[in-house]
Design a protein around this ligand. Structure first.
Ligand code: F6R
Length: 631
């Protein structure tokens, strides 16, 4: 049993899609079983990004397999407060759009906490909500997501195990996580109405789902940690019929995946596992790889590995060399070079390179140093900006640019009336926009242009020779956080560019395990385009390298190419990032990290260099990291 440290029944699936289908199947079975018994099926439902695929599958089961919701009664966990039912971010709207409007549930059977009740009436309202759940004999099944604070519903840290439906204050981390849905942190309501932990715990069955590595740490605490009000989800350890459904990324911090050698015998023929284990051991023992001893192995559950390879030193040298061969100052390969161990083969020079950048600044933030090197080494570098990034621009920047255009027109004697009318119109539109509302099309366009100008400036700063392409992929152009699904049109745009340039190298933002978000969709489009083109002759010589987005770095064991940067190059990278002025000081969507993008980038690159240094490699100023994608 490798899950001996787990205190909650936990099932892990390769993808969130797979897990969601299983969960939807469970719900459907319960609905049918209750219908056969002529009883209502009382479901507790959650919102947020986690359950969306479950709802999509339930809709499919209704439309294609005749699953009826006539006997279903629902109680949603929570709602922001205050919140109008028709607001873009309301959970009422969410539930109707994703589920209720597409199935045959009776409107009178839908219950969602009301974000419009008067403050003075909230306590009574909450009691009524509880009473109504009880009147149906309680919840048959409660579906949950989990917040990074460990909240279930909106029961933030500090909530008691016996808490009931009530008004609560949201945790700061929850507010930053919700910021993108509300077009900025300042627009996120500070309060919510939520079912209590006690209310949830009374459900006969509970299913909690979590996807993506962003949830992996809180999942580990919840599943393997002690019960504590610091992580309200740990109360679920006391519930007799709870199952967690995770995708591989959300499960990645569980001991059975993270350090399996601590809980079971491992198959030490797996080279990647050996590499992972050695890096872990070196970091844990705070010793360079080549100094690890048989005793270090033995004390950390890895003596069978030593037995397999005869001596600790044999394994140390093997892994050390593997890592050594990932380090190269020649990301495009080295001209006339016979050394065979470089990550990138060198037969062609100069190479045609495409750097795909999901937003207009990921190129410089995540691989600015390598971008500069490729260009300095004489390669033909193209940057393809996949989306306009227009939702991440502040309104006052739009007014500033429209004003500039107005004065510019005036100064050079161009058609003044048109410019003035447009400026007035834009100012008016921004003035009348309510918090959280979608921008007018002209405003969206100007925001896109602002970012386009910055991206061009970034490229020019690297070299006049860099070619920029603005793909404006249609899936992104909704003006809201919620995007359209990827279409063949999106993929064709990528295919056209690849076919035009016929690159020898492709770089793409590879946030592989992030189940939602623009980066993931942008990467999917590239993967699908490459799959369709992979038999082309020019593709046979093309290597694809994945860099990570703004937030994380590849784990050392997953790095296939590590490009060291000198202090000067790091400074040039910083200046290229500075060209993205609309994202400086405080971007519209900063996430939970208060550092500026250039600071995050530098700390991350310095961190990677330090990690290599600690493993026993030379001490570089900074390192950018890439993982090879085999297509
Ligand atoms: C939503 C809710 C929350 C979410 C949690 C995870 O009704 O009660 O507990 O389940 O914040 O949110 P996502 O799924 O967006 O990561």
């Amino acid at each position: 049993m490798d899950n001996q440290l787990e205190k909650i029944n936990t099932l892990v699936y390769e993808t969130s899609k797979e897990a969601s289908c299983v969960v939807a199947g469970q719900i459907a079975d319960l609905i049918r079983q209750k219908a056969a018994e002529n009883k209502p099926c009382v479901l507790g439902l959650a919102t947020g990004s986690t359950p969306t695929s479950v709802y999509a599958e339930l809709v499919r089961l209704h439309k294609e397999e005749g699953l009826s919701f006539k006997n279903v009664v629902t109680f949603n966990l929570d709602e922001y407060y205050p919140m109008a039912a028709d607001a873009l971010q309301s959970y009422v709207r969410f539930m109707h759009e994703l589920l209720f409007d597409s199935v045959d549930i009776l409107p009178e059977n839908i219950n969602i906490p009301d974000g419009t009740v008067a403050k003075t009436a909230v306590a009574d309202y909450c009691k009524g909500y509880e009473d109504k759940i009880k009147s149906y004999g309680g919840l048959d099944l409660q579906i949950l997501g989990i917040g990074r604070t460990g909240h279930i519903g909106f029961n933030e840290p500090g909530s008691g195990q016996k808490s009931r439906t009530r008004m609560v204050t949201l945790d700061h981390l929850t507010i930053t996580d919700a910021a993108s849905d509300f077009f900025g942190e300042e627009f996120v309501p500070r309060k919510a109405i939520t079912m209590g932990v006690g209310t949830i715990m009374e459900a006969k069955q509970i299913i909690l789902m979590a996807w993506g590595e962003g949830k992996s740490h809180i999942i580990r605490k919840t599943v393997e940690g002690d019960i504590s009000d610091h992580v309200p989800a740990t109360y679920l350890q006391n519930h007799g019929n709870t199952t967690f459904y995770l995708d591989a990324a959300a499960a990645s911090e569980l001991t059975r995946y993270k350090t399996p050698w601590l809980v079971r015998e491992c198959d030490w023929t797996d080279q990647h596992l050996i590499k992972r284990a050695l890096i872990w051991l070196s970091q844990k023992e705070k010793k360079p790889i080549l100094k690890l001893t048989t005793r270090d192995y033995a004390e950390n559950g890895m003596s069978d590995l030593v037995t397999e390879y005869d001596s600790a030193y044999n394994i140390n040298v093997k892994v050390f060399n593997q890592l050594r061969h990932t380090i190269t100052g020649w990301p495009g390969g080295k001209q006339n070079d016979s050394y065979v161990n470089r990550p990138e083969p060198s037969p062609v020079y100069p190479k045609r390179v495409i750097i795909f950048s999901p937003h207009p600044d990921d190129d410089v933030i995540s691989m600015g140093g390598t971008f500069i090197r490729l260009s300095d080494h004489g390669h033909e570098v193209h940057v393809a900006y996949q989306t306009s990034g227009n939702i991440a621009v502040f309104d006052d920047d739009v007014v500033r640019f429209a004003d500039f255009m107005n004065d510019f027109t005036d100064m050079f004697g161009l058609d003044k009336n048109t410019a003035q009318t447009m400026f007035n119109d834009i100012q008016e539109k921004i003035k009348n926009k309510k918090a959280g509302e979608v921008d007018a099309p002209e405003v969206q366009k100007i925001k896109g242009l602002i970012r386009r100008g910055e991206a061009k400036a970034g490229c020019r700063y690297v070299s006049e020779k860099v070619v920029s392409h603005f793909l404006d992929m249609p899936f992104y152009e909704t003006g809201t956080i919620k995007k359209k699904p990827l279409s063949t049109e999106d993929i064709q745009i990528i295919k056209d560019l690849l076919t035009e340039v016929k690159p020898h190298q492709v770089y793409a933002a590879g946030d592989l395990s992030d189940p939602h978000g623009t980066h993931r969709v942008c990467l999917d489009a590239i993967f699908r385009a490459i799959q369709e083109l992979k038999h082309e002759e020019w593709m046979q010589e093309c290597s694809v390298w994945l860099y990570r987005g703004a937030w994380h770095e590849w784990e050392i064991e997953n790095i296939d190419m590590a490009v060291p940067l000198s202090p000067d190059e790091l400074l040039r990278k910083r200046r290229a990032i500075f060209k993205h002025q609309s994202q400086k000081d405080r971007p519209l969507f900063p996430g939970s990290d208060s550092r500026e993008f250039w600071q995050r980038a530098e700390e991350r690159n310095r961190g990677t260099a330090k990690a290599f240094d600690a493993l026993g490699f030379p001490e570089y100023e900074a390192i950018e990291a890439f993982k090879r994608w085999h297509f």
